[in-house]
Design a binder for this molecule. Structure first.
Ligand SMILES: Cc1cc2nc3c(=O)[nH]c(=O)nc-3n(C[C@H](O)[C@H](O)[C@H](O)COP(=O)(O)OP(=O)(O)OC[C@H]3O[C@@H](n4cnc5c(N)ncnc54)[C@H](O)[C@@H]3O)c2cc1C
Length: 384
């Protein structure tokens, strides 16, 4: 799946313009109101941004992974809250359905997800199951033509905005670990489902996470993703492999923006009668960030191209997620340093971006979990 090159180039140009003309000027409003204005969300719908990864036959743009990474990189040159509005629908919230849904399930949800009429969320994490997601405790017990859901999901991005939740729950409580887990496509307005108030966070104002609580929520048996029990965890892991490339582009996009802020400041700010960018120690901060950004972009596009050629990418996706998110942290830190005291002041955006990028190393698998994935995959190649 991919958009033809000519159409893609036109689309990318419109996104670049949209970011420059609409998103960047709205960043302060998002910060003040802790929300993304509805008119901007509507413009995102009109640009087709909710349907980037949804196949064309269901009304999406059907981009390849490489194309998706390029578009996400562009969008993330503005505050990350804008990407977050489309992020779960383009990525983790919908891709389980794209990969393993039945035709009926796809018809039911994908066209509405593609237009942004509804937003989807991915509900895996729980209060006691984070990195060890396979230990999740939410249950879905079969009762005739229904499953009855009980449990709590934590830090669920866009749950407050969602019209569809992809929920991982244990259909076989007797089975510990991954094989007892199934995935469900759930309507959040079902009685027995409560979406809690938005969490207060360190940064990324305008993004919304919350608990999702299931108390005897009865959902139709037809909501079982792919119609098969016991596949939910494996689907979630495939979705997260792909999601790691998406998040790597989030990291490269915002890193590029942050570096640009640092570069502009280095060119403008004068000390000792000369722009600080003339000082070689400041040049080192710029050069290290530029080299890391180049490496981060190159590896992400390389892994995305391999994904498009259907090569095995779990280890490479983990390498990308680890390197690009850690690099974003270092690039943001250097940008604050280049700004001196101004870098600590809210008036300058690097202070905000410094807090915003801290999240990238935590969700969809912490850096430590990426290290485990990388090393385990390496060891497999030498195991007898
Ligand atoms: C803003 C935000 C949005 C999120 N959105 C979603 C969402 O939409 N859907 C969803 O399902 N989840 C979401 N999450 C949850 C996120 O994916 C988890 O927070 C993350 O996977 C880490 O789990 P945890 O918070 O329970 O940390 P823990 O697993 O408790 O980890 C704590 C620390 O221990 C380390 N650690 C744990 N196990 C090991 C190990 N085996 N070896 C070495 N170190 C280890 C971790 O690296 C970390 O440093 C979101 C989180 C945040 C903060």
């Amino acid at each position: 799946m991919a958009l033809d090159n000519e159409t893609f180039v036109l689309m990318k140009d419109s996104v670049t313009r949209f970011v420059r003309e609409r998103l960047v000027p709205a960043e302060d409003l998002v910060e003040e109101t802790d929300d993304v204005p509805e008119e901007i969300i509507q413009e995102m719908r009109e640009l087709g941004l909710f349907g980037l990864s949804i196949p064309e036959e269901y009304g999406g743009l059907g981009l390849s992974m490489t194309q998706e990474c390029e578009i996400i990189h562009e969008i993330c040159k503005a505050a990350l809250a804008f990407r977050s509005v489309i992020g779960t629908t383009v990525g983790i919230g919908s891709q389980g359905l794209v990969m393993t849904g039945t035709e009926e399930q796809k018809q039911q949800y994908l066209p509405r997800l593609a237009t942004g009429e509804i937003i989807s969320s991915f509900c895996l994490t729980e209060p006691d199951a984070g990195s060890d997601a396979a230990s999740l405790r939410t249950v879905a017990i079969k009762d005739g033509d229904f499953y009855v859901l009980n449990g709590t999901k934590r830090y669920i991005t866009n749950a407050l905005r969602a019209g569809m939740l992809t929920v991982m729950a244990r259909t076989d409580p007797g089975k510990k670990g991954a094989s007892g887990i199934s995935a469900f496509l759930v309507d959040p307005s079902t009685p027995g489902i409560t979406i809690a108030k938005a969490d207060e966070k360190m940064g990324q104002r305008g993004t919304k996470t919350s608990d999702v609580i299931f108390e005897d929520a009865r959902i139709p048996a037809s909501a079982l993703l792919g119609g098969q029990e016991g596949q939910g965890f494996y689907t979630a892991m495939k979705v997260l492999d792909r999601g790691r490339l998406h998040l790597s582009s989030v990291s490269t996009g915002i890193s590029e923006r942050i570096l640009e802020e640092g570069l502009n400041y280095a060119a403008e700010r004068k000390q000792f009668g000369t722009p600080i960018g003339e000082f070689q120690l400041v040049q080192a901060l710029l050069a290290d960030s530029q080299a890391e950004l180049y490496a981060a972009k190159s590896m992400t596009l390389d892994a995305a191209a391999k994904y498009d050629r259907e090569e095995e990418i779990p280890m490479l996706a983990a390498c990308c997620k680890m390197f690009t998110t850690e690099a974003a942290g270092r690039i943001a830190d250097r940008a604050v340093q280049i700004h001196g005291g101004a870098g600590y002041m809210s008036e300058y955006k690097v202070e905000r971006f410094y807090r915003d990028v801290r999240l990238l190393r935590l969700y969809e698998g912490t850096t430590q979990i990426q290290q485990l994935v990388i090393a385990r995959n390496m060891l497999k190649t030498v195991a007898n």
